[in-house]
Write a protein that binds this ligand. Structure first.
Ligand SMILES: C[S@@+](CC[C@H](N)C(=O)[O-])C[C@H]1O[C@@H](n2cnc3c(N)ncnc32)[C@H](O)[C@@H]1O
Length: 269
């Protein structure tokens, strides 16, 4: 698994590429869940503070609590969000053991976090516990591995060259892309009124070198590179560059990543 504490400083290079998913989450939230003054919103696995920061701007009369289990990510969030503005609170917590009372939160959101939990079921049960009856859950997850190109390239380039336990966790990162399985997991964890829509995030770079700079700077493939002698690093770059060729369009590298936006309501029994 990624060590998010180690990746925290450089993670923000990906933020512009992920921002459109916040817009999709906000739209879903606005059309489905009426919020009133004092509503409590929880951003789970907030990382460097998204979508918590945007929620705080959009709903200034609500309280936003942003949690993550990687303290370094929260330090970056505090820095990026200019300390803690009133009404926005950051806290270190595991999504699988939330230090919140039951029936306390109106809405829970998460952008590309929940599928990474060690136990997704435990996380969803925790969310159901802390949500108010009929409270809403809105989150995004990656779709299937074939439509998650940048992680698939990394997976394919390193396959057979490094130990299995150092391979990127492509299967885990995309497991919730299976709609049927995700729908049934949500139901068994206490949710109903489940809606799933598919969307695409296009990561656009002026060329392959700019993409590669981002990969290296963010350290996203560092756990894999650490397993290979430096003399072989350039081969990996060349392999990935050739996998990226079909995505060069109009002189730019345009990488589409499919993802799902999932909305669900805490069931009342
Ligand atoms: C891909 S990042 C997404 C961060 C942010 N939501 C965004 O979209 O920019 C995933 C985040 O999930 C957090 N995370 C992973 N497992 C977690 C858990 N069990 N509890 C809380 N946070 C977790 C990581 O620390 C990391 O910050």
């Amino acid at each position: 698994m990624q060590d998010w504490n180690q990746r925290a400083k450089q993670f923000s290079v990906w933020l512009p590429h992920l921002q459109a998913a916040t817009g999709v989450l906000l739209e879903a939230l606005k059309t489905r869940q009426p919020l009133s003054k004092g509503s409590i919103l929880l951003d789970l696995a907030t990382g460097t503070g998204e979508p918590a920061g945007t929620l705080h701007e959009q709903f200034p009369e609500c309280t936003v609590i942003a949690v993550d289990n990687a303290v370094n990510m929260l330090h970056m969030a505090r820095h990026r969000l200019q300390a803690s503005p009133a009404g926005l609170y950051l806290a270190a917590m595991s999504g699988q053991a939330l230090a919140l009372l039951e029936n306390q939160v109106d809405v829970c959101v998460s952008r590309f976090g929940i599928m990474l939990f060690d136990s997704v079921d435990q996380g969803l049960e925790e969310i159901a516990r802390i949500l108010k009856p009929r409270g809403g859950l809105f989150f995004t997850v990656w779709s299937d591995p074939e439509r998650m190109p940048s992680m698939k390239w990394c997976h394919d380039a390193f396959a057979g060259k490094i130990p299995d336990d150092a391979m990127p966790h492509l299967a885990k990162a995309t497991a919730m892309g299976n709609r049927k399985a995700t729908q049934s997991t949500l139901q068994s964890c206490g949710f109903d009124q489940i809606e799933i829509t598919e969307h695409e995030l296009e990561f656009v770079f002026p060329d392959f070198s700019a993409y590669w700079e981002c990969v290296i700077h963010s350290g996203i493939m560092q756990p894999q590179f650490e397993q290979l002698p430096p003399a072989q690093h350039d081969d990996i770059r060349q392999q990935i560059e050739s996998m990226a060729q079909p995505f060069i369009k109009q002189g730019r590298l345009q990488i589409p990543h499919a993802y799902l936006c999932i909305r669900a309501t805490k069931a009342v029994v």
